[in-house]
Write a protein that binds this ligand. Structure first.
Ligand SMILES: [Zn+2]
Length: 191
């Protein structure tokens, strides 16, 4: 077997990745549905520590952004989308910036959006200060947050491997060595 693809790999030295969680007012559930706890537990298996603000990814008035309508998406105009997603990221970060204890982090926004699918990590925002948006209608494997953090680490889909976290569909639980190593070197990782 290709050693870069083993699914039991643990980093020899523990790595840390930081995320912050912001909810949109259009997100109709009370919490993240266990998505962040699931990401924490899978990453821990590979010796990556997921640091989360606020603790437990809790939804409170302090991290809920007034955003009544779903985040728009124009299928024909990437320039418009870049403005939409950059504006969302700016608003999410400025809402909580005085409270967040991290200097580098990925921003995970729980909310409704028009783009197809359960999560989106808009490429136009880029891999520095990345933005992941996760829908309230998540998969039952609770791997949507970790999947989007994979995109934020510049990982791509592995649609031939059903259990891999970068598969696009439900039933995921595994990370391959090269994916673990790439996330540990992402922009939102700290030494
Ligand atoms: Zn994806």
């Amino acid at each position: 077997m290709d050693p870069s693809k083993v699914t039991t790999f643990k980093l020899p030295k523990r790595a840390k990745v930081n995320i912050i969680c912001v909810y949109l007012s259009n997100y109709f559930l009370n919490d993240d549905q266990g998505e962040v706890a699931k990401a924490k537990s899978v990453l821990d298996n590979h010796n990556i520590q997921l640091e989360v603000w606020p603790q437990g990814a809790a939804k409170t008035i302090n991290n809920t952004l007034n955003y009544p309508d779903p985040v728009p998406h124009d299928p024909y105009d990437d320039a418009v989308n870049k403005v939409t997603y950059t504006d969302l990221l700016t608003r999410a970060r400025s809402l909580v910036s005085s409270k967040v204890p991290f200097s580098v982090f990925a921003t995970v926004v729980f909310g409704q959006f028009k783009h197809v699918g359960i999560g989106i990590t808009p490429p136009s925002v880029g891999l520095v200060t990345p933005l992941c948006i996760v829908s309230p209608n998540g998969n039952s494997d609770k791997m949507d947050v970790l999947h989007e953090l994979g995109h934020a680490s510049n990982l791509h889909h592995e649609d031939g491997i059903a259990k891999n976290f970068m598969n696009g569909t439900n039933g995921r639980s595994e990370m391959m060595r090269f994916q673990v190593e790439k996330m540990a070197k992402s922009w939102f990782a700290v030494a």
